[in-house]
Each structure stands twice: as C-alpha cells, then as structure tokens.
Design a protein around this ligand. Structure first.
Ligand code: UD1
Length: 417
C-alpha cells in the first residue's frame, strides 16, 4: 500500500490548479442514467478512485463510458439494468444515487443498503421516505432494498434533514417524473446547483436550487447534454488550510471563492490574508493562526468536509479553539493521529477543544477516511521533520495528483509504493 512521506515545516509558495468537484461529478455522471442519448461531462477528476467506481457502476448498469483526460462521454449500449451490484455499492455509498433515475424511468430498482462507514452510520431513510412519498413501495430482501412504482407521481416532499444525497436522488427521480415535484428543506450545497443545471440541460425545469425549496418539473423523455463540472471547493479549501498551516503564499487557479464563504471568513479571522477574483483565490499567512471556533452545518454553514483539516490548522493556534461537528456522529478520528504529532485535543461527544501549540512534530500516522487524511496532510506539511502517512488510498478518493500539485507549490513530499 502507498505511503506519503512529507518533509514538513517549509512554507508553500506558488500556484495550484483545482480539479473539478468530485461531489458534483458523481451525481451528474449518475444522472446520465436519465437519458439514452449521449452526454459529455467535462472537468471530471477522472483519476480519483470514486470516479473510477462511478464509471464501473454506470457500465454495470449498461452504459458505455469513454474517458479522455477530464472529459467523460457516457453512451447508451441498449437497455439499462435496474440492479446495482453490491460489489460497487460497498466501495462507494454514492452508488445509491442510481436509485432515483432508475426507479423513475423503469418503475423498479434494486440496490444493496450501503453499510455505515468510519464517520457514522449513514442511513438512507430520507432517500427512501422521499421515494415512498412519490408513490414507491419498498421491500427489503437479503440486504437489498427493492423499490417499485409503476409510475412515480410528482408531489411535495419535506425532508427531515437537508441530506445532500437524498436531495440529489429525489431531484433526479423528479426530473424523469412528469409534473411538478417540490422538495422542501432541500440541501443547498453548490454541488446541488450544478446538478440542477445539468438536469435543466437534459430537459427538466429546475427552480430554487441553492435555496431550501427546490422544484423540478419532470419530463417523460430527457435528452443528452454537455456540461462542465464546477471546481472542487473541498479540495480548494484543503489547500488553503495547508498554506495557512505551513505558511507562505498560494494562488489557487480555477477555484470559486463564492462556494467557500464560511471557510474564507474563518481563515481571515485566524489572520490569513485572502484575495480572490474570477476563478482564483490567493491566501498568504506569515504567523501562527489565531484561535477560531467553528461549528459544522449544512451549506451555507461551515462544511463538515473541512472540519478535520480546520482542526489540523487549529492545532497551531494561539489559544483554544472549539470544533463542533453536527453533521456526522463520529468524525473526530483524526484527533488521535494529530495527537501523535504533538497536538493537544480533548474530544467529548460531538465537540473537540484544541489547545494550540507552537509547532507540531513529524510522525508516522494513518488516514482513517478521506477528510481525516486531508487533515493529516495539512498537519504533515506544517510539522517540523518527517511525517509518513499510511493508508493514502483514503486521500486518493478525493484529491487527484495530490503530491504533484503540492510539490508544485514547493512542498517536499513523495509517494512511496
Ligand atoms: C455528501 C458528501 C459528503 C459530505 C456530506 C455532508 C458526496 C458524494 N458526499 O454525503 O462528502 O460530507 O454530503 O455535506 O456528495 N442522513 C440520514 N438519513 C439519510 C441521509 C443522510 O440520517 O437518508 C444523515 C447522515 O447519516 C449524516 C447526515 O445526514 O449524518 C448528512 O448526510 P448527507 O447530507 O446525506 O451526506 P451524503 O450525501 O452521504
């Protein structure tokens, strides 16, 4: 298994190109199941493990996927299957997003129930309840959920929590269901807006994405489309935090500051200087960060996916910072690994208090999930001495060419096989 070896404590200086958003590309690629016509999706971070898994999912359901760099063509090969293989769903929970398009188009879908993961139980009850509100019947069979509905009906669905995945699944189902579906308490993440734009290009009429009430006027037949995926705000945020922790000046190219308002506000409070323009964000930092407490919330709140890398920055703050996680129930696995580098963190339930230190020291550490891995990367770049991160495959799920991109900004790190 690969390791990342970082010789840290060196400021970052240079520019880094941000890739297309993984979490926008996944639902958009899955939404190609809504049409038999060809779709072309650009700016896809196609080397990421989760993207590879998505291509396999689409192929297992009957699509042909042609990848050319960051451009992905999805073509029809005949009729689609309505059963997602367990082999794929267990590798990537987002595979359940195939349920919405398939159920709406074919009146039947069978998907394995994804298990929990390191950061929480992650049930899919909100997705399923939404389909039931649209008229589907649900049967459980041997670890799978079978949903059937001769024809879904357009209606109003109120989510008990603004789940990202459930909102996407229901928007896709609604796009292929004639009539007007209204989703209340919908997730408002920028990735939702990108999916909304894509569904409009396929021929659905989508309004209100980015607000808590989304309406989708579906069509019985949708057509093909070309679409360019938005930049990855979580990758961008991770690089901003890496530079804030290691110090220096980094310009992110292809990044969108409007998608990172809460993080940028917190970074400014911590003492970073940030400038941004159309398609770029520049951060410079020449001192230890001030302590800034954050509480994760659904968008537009502080993103849970940046909680771990934020905590890594706060290990170096001048004072005490509280980090509260309200979205996932077990998302502090990185705290113990950061402790191995000299961080002082006390975790109690969903809150952690970080007592900032003058510096961290390099150590052998292990990533437990994708964003915990990002936190270790941030800490390793800032720490004095050598850090070896094991289980890099977690980082590889969300950060493409990570060592190359960071090395381009002066970081000293290499991958060892
Ligand atoms: C997506 C993102 C992930 C991010 C998360 C929250 C993708 C591929 N992944 O995950 O990176 O961390 O949004 O911003 O886009 N929940 C339920 N029942 C449900 C659905 C969710 O209880 O039916 C709970 C989850 O267990 C979790 C919380 O709601 O505690 C948030 O989950 P959700 O917004 O659905 O996240 P994902 O779509 O899985």
């Amino acid at each position: 298994m690969d390791k990342l070896v970082i010789d840290g404590g060196k400021p970052l200086n240079g520019s880094i190109k941000v890739s297309g958003a993984k979490n926008a590309a996944l639902p958009i690629l899955i939404a190609t199941l809504l049409t038999d016509e060809p779709c072309v999706i650009e700016n896809v971070p196609s080397t990421l493990r989760d993207l590879r898994t998505t291509f396999r999912l689409l192929e297992s359901l009957g699509k042909k996927v042609v990848v050319d760099g960051s451009t992905v063509k999805v073509l029809s090969t005949g009729s689609l299957k309505t059963q997602a293989p367990y082999e794929i769903v267990k590798q990537m929970r987002a595979s359940v997003l195939a349920a919405g398009p398939l159920l709406a188009r074919f009146g039947l879908v069978r998907v394995p129930i994804p298990g929990g993961c390191a950061i929480g139980l992650r049930p899919i009850d909100i997705h399923l309840k939404g389909f039931e509100t649209m008229g589907a019947r649900r049967i459980a069979d041997q670890g799978d959920i079978i949903m059937s509905a001769p024809r879904l009906k357009a209606t109003t669905i109120k989510l008990r929590f603004p789940s990202v995945g459930a909102t996407q699944n229901l928007m896709m189902a609604a796009a292929a269901t004639p009539g007007k579906t209204t989703i209340k308490n919908a997730a408002r993440e920028p990735e939702m807006e990108d999916l909304g734009v894509f569904l409009s290009r396929l021929g659905a009429k989508v309004h209100g994405v980015g607000t808590a009430t989304v309406t989708v006027e579906g069509q019985s037949k949708l057509h093909g489309a070309t679409h360019r995926v938005i930049p990855d705000r979580i990758e961008a945020g991770t690089f901003l935090l890496a530079c804030a922790a290691a110090r220096g000046r980094v310009k992110l190219l292809g990044a969108e500051a409007a998608h990172l308002t809460d993080l940028i506000g917190a970074l400014k409070k911590a003492g970073a200087k940030i400038k941004s323009g159309k398609g770029w964000i520049e951060l410079s930092m020449d001192r230890r960060p001030k302590a800034v407490s954050v509480v994760t919330k659904p968008h537009p709140g502080f993103p849970t996916d940046l909680q771990a890398p934020w905590m890594a920055l706060m290990t170096l703050c001048t004072g005490f910072a509280k980090v509260t996680e309200t979205v996932f129930e077990n998302r502090f696995l990185h705290a113990a690994e950061l402790g191995r580098m000299g961080a002082q963190i006390a975790v109690s339930g969903r809150a952690a208090v970080v007592a900032g230190q003058e510096s961290l020291s390099g150590a052998p550490i292990m990533a437990s999930d994708i964003r915990a891995g990002a936190a270790l990367l941030v800490a390793g770049l800032a720490a004095k001495g050598r850090t070896t991160i094991q289980r890099v495959y977690h980082i590889d799920r969300g950060y493409e060419f990570v060592e190359k991109k960071l090395a381009g900004a002066g970081a000293r790190l290499e991958r060892q096989k």
